[in-house]
Write a new protein. Structure first.
Length: 391
């Protein structure tokens, strides 16, 4: 792949582990490559049902289909026959998901060899900068895989961010009628829309019940919008019934409304429409960073509390001057004890002007280094120029 030659084709391999985060990232990556850079993208994914939750156009019964210009293949197993002609210019292995052996053999037979990238998880930890773009030689074949780490500074791979995202976000947030019309699609009344609006997306171990009790006994009306299936036990306990899309309940100052799982573009609108966003994992965490609103991140729990180190690394760079946001986030992740959730929430509300100012500053700070897709393609061209992909 000579330098300055247009990258014509790319493949992404995705195995769904965290139900929506893995495919969510891969689908955003695929769409941006296709729509902004005109790269022919093939997305191999093993779980079409999870994919369909965030993209209703997906046919869960199709072995091969085209969705929004992206060729989608149902990745059933590690078998299959592949030829060198089947291999695109770039192959992305998401989170080390292990490509089919015959596909790797075909990669080695291709001339020139493709750029092979292992797309890694997002972290603010210092070690990421030293590992970004590192090569790994195949033990048997003439192939080199490079590790590609998303990140928050110029020494990492950037974040997924569409070119027009900020303009669309600002236009939506400044149009009160558009915001109310969007919320009305989910049964939110004008009275409910006037309350403090919170979106809730978390893992089951979050302190949802404790927070609901604090909100219920508060003086300010709060509308909590939660996707169906999220924190189902705690939401069901509050509602005193099985939480299904369209259901709602009000106790004290708190109204909880259950939303259907929405497609990715609508999830962005939900984040933009709310005053505070609780997000989880990686995909929704990044989208919350583009929403211009305070957000509370629930990190995926790991053994030996390794996730707490990762959480603190992010808070160290994002929230050094935001003690209420940092403290609330640590409490939400059970990384510090919380004696009074109502007091923690009030402290967060008091800090909201600073949180919103930091959100805007953070966007400018991170995007000045370029977006992930542009930087990834530039790296691929560098590898082509260096001859690493040539036979």
């Amino acid at each position: 792949m000579p330098h300055n030659t247009a990258i014509a084709a790319l493949a992404i391999f995705c195995k769904v582990v965290d139900n929506y985060g893995d495919i969510g990232i891969c689908w955003r990556l695929a769409r941006q490559l296709r729509h902004e850079h005109e790269v022919a993208v093939t997305l191999w994914v093993d779980d079409l049902a999870s994919f369909r939750r965030i993209c209703p156009e997906v046919d869960v019964g199709a072995a091969v289909q085209v969705v929004q210009g992206v060729a989608v293949h149902h990745w059933v197993d590690q078998d299959g026959a592949f030829a060198a002609a089947d291999i695109p210019d770039i192959v992305i292995e998401f989170f080390g998901c292990e490509l089919p052996p015959a596909y790797v053999e075909a990669m080695a037979a291709r001339s020139p060899r493709p750029v092979w990238l292992n797309y890694e998880g997002l972290s603010a930890e210092d070690w990421v900068e030293g590992c970004h773009r590192l090569p790994s030689m195949h033990p048997r074949l003439k192939l080199t895989k490079h590790f590609y780490f998303p990140g928050f500074n110029e020494r990492t791979g950037g974040l997924l961010c569409e070119a027009d995202l900020d303009a669309r976000r600002r236009a939506f947030q400044q149009d009160r009628e558009a915001v109310n019309a969007f919320l009305a699609r989910f049964g939110v009344s004008a009275r409910e829309a006037a309350a403090r609006k919170v979106s809730l997306f978390c893992y089951p171990d979050a302190a949802v019940g404790e927070l609901f009790r604090a909100w219920t006994g508060g003086h300010e009306p709060i509308l909590c919008l939660v996707p169906e299936g999220v924190a189902a036990d705690q939401v069901g306990a509050f509602m005193k019934s099985t939480p299904v899309a369209g259901s709602s309940a009000t106790h004290g100052a708190l109204t909880v409304r259950v939303l259907p799982f929405v497609a990715q573009p609508d999830y962005d609108l939900l984040l933009w429409a709310c005053d505070v966003n609780f997000v989880r994992g990686e995909d929704s965490w990044v989208r919350a960073q583009w929403a211009g609103r305070p957000f509370i991140w629930h990190i995926y729990p790991q053994d030996e509390a390794l996730h707490v180190k990762k959480l603190r690394a992010f808070l160290d760079i994002y929230a050094p001057g935001l003690p209420a946001l940092a403290g609330f986030t640590l409490g939400w992740n059970r990384a510090r004890p919380v004696a009074d959730w109502r007091a923690e929430w009030q402290a967060l509300l008091n800090e909201i002007p600073q949180d919103e100012a930091r959100a805007e500053e953070w966007q400018r700070q991170v995007t000045q280094h370029g977006d992930l897709v542009t930087k990834l393609l530039e790296f691929a061209r560098e590898l082509g120029q260096s001859g690493e992909t040539r036979v």
